[in-house]
Design a binder for this molecule. Structure first.
Ligand code: IMP
Ligand code: MG
Length: 340
């Protein structure tokens, strides 16, 4: 295989979201220069954090690939949109000329946000309160407004499945970005403590109109430890004190809630590899487990325990670990795709 990714690459989370997909996607966008980055997944309940050149960006609606000025930023018809969040990101990142959403993206209204911010969804599921779940419920009821029905998005509408497949026909690179993580999937996750969509690779592809035969690579991203926000089971969950002592304390991008944490879970990871048909694995935050590895860009420079951690993941999951995060900046990345 060549050093950059093949024509279409799908990137999804392997645990409960917040694996660091945003950082991996931004790295791939800068390195491989895709013509299109397209987002599937649920909605603005997602939060991806990207750091580059001393700046921190948080995205909830646009693909995390926006740092590359050559890449068109698309949102597939399976995603529900907050007009407010989308328009704010388009103007904040200055991407008016290259951001497009599908005519058939669903539209979140104030009533959806209100329904998501109280009662069972908020209290027993721990929903993000962004209106994503109630909007998807209305979509299933065939009552949800679509992007083509609202004036504010008129400038940004396009046929996204058509754009994606046309680019692939011309052998142009397309990156497909998932949100949340495998075990927050409505079908495959820890129901009812899940999001309102299937967020495995197949679901993400359906969201953007990419058929199963047109997927070349699936990168499943795991963090070096597991975190979860909101309610629901987390095997071997550490106490808040132990989490803090390990330096694993994190705060949610969208909700500001403290994330719960546990050690890397091989059983979950194996199942995520199966459900997503992973061809490559990304591991993020290796520097949090092994501070001596911070900012490294070459596998051979890693300490022996860090190398063993990665090799053990490869042995157990039987999929190569090609991308390794060693710090928050996009460039704090080890890229081993050349070695495949
Ligand atoms: P909802 O998707 O907002 O309804 O939230 C359902 C569950 O999924 C809650 O436990 C949320 O904390 C979790 N969740 C939703 N989106 C994300 C995400 O992007 N990262 C992490 N957890 C999420
Ligand atoms: Mg997140």
């Amino acid at each position: 295989m060549c050093s950059s990714f093949m024509t279409s690459t799908v990137i999804v989370g392997g645990f409960f979201g917040d694996e660091g997909k945003g950082k991996i996607v931004s790295y791939l966008a800068m390195k491989d220069n895709p013509v299109i980055a397209v987002r599937g997944g649920a909605g603005p309940n997602a939060g991806h954090t990207i750091e580059h050149g001393g700046k921190t960006y948080k995205v909830r609606m646009l693909p995390s690939a926006f740092l590359n000025p050559n890449t068109r930023l698309l949102v597939g018809p399976g995603v529900v949109i907050s007009q407010e969040v989308l328009l704010k990101e388009i103007s904040e990142f200055g991407v008016q000329d290259r951001a497009f959403v599908d005519y058939q993206c669903g539209i979140i209204e104030d009533s959806h946000k209100a329904a998501d911010s109280e009662g069972r969804l908020k209290e027993s599921i721990g929903s993000t309160g962004t209106g994503t779940g109630p909007a998807n419920a209305d979509r299933a009821m065939r009552t949800l407004k679509l992007a083509k029905d609202v004036d504010s998005l008129a400038l940004y509408l396009d046929d996204i499945p058509n754009a994606v497949n046309f680019a692939l026909e011309r052998k142009e690179k397309v990156m497909v970005e998932g949100t949340q993580g495998t075990f927050l999937s409505l079908w495959h996750g820890t129901y009812p403590y899940v999001t309102s969509k299937d967020v495995t690779a197949s679901g993400i592809c359906a969201d953007v109109g990419l058929g199963p035969k047109n997927v070349d690579d699936v990168v499943v991203v795991f963090k070096s430890y597991v975190t979860r926000v909101g309610e629901g089971p987390l095997k071997n969950e550490l106490s808040p004190e132990k989490t803090a002592a390990k330096g694993w304390k994190e705060v949610g991008t969208v909700t500001g809630r403290t994330r719960r944490a546990a050690e890397f879970d091989f059983d979950l990871a194996k199942r995520a590899v199966m459900l997503n048909s992973a061809t490559q694995i990304g591991i993020t935050k290796l520097d949090v487990l092994y501070p001596e590895c911070a900012h490294m860009q070459s596998f051979s420079d890693l300490s022996s325990p860090a190398k063993y951690f990665i090799k053990n993941i490869e042995d157990q999951l039987k999929v190569p670990v090609t991308l390794i995060g060693t710090g928050p900046d996009v460039n704090d990345t080890i890229d081993r795709r050349d070695e495949l």
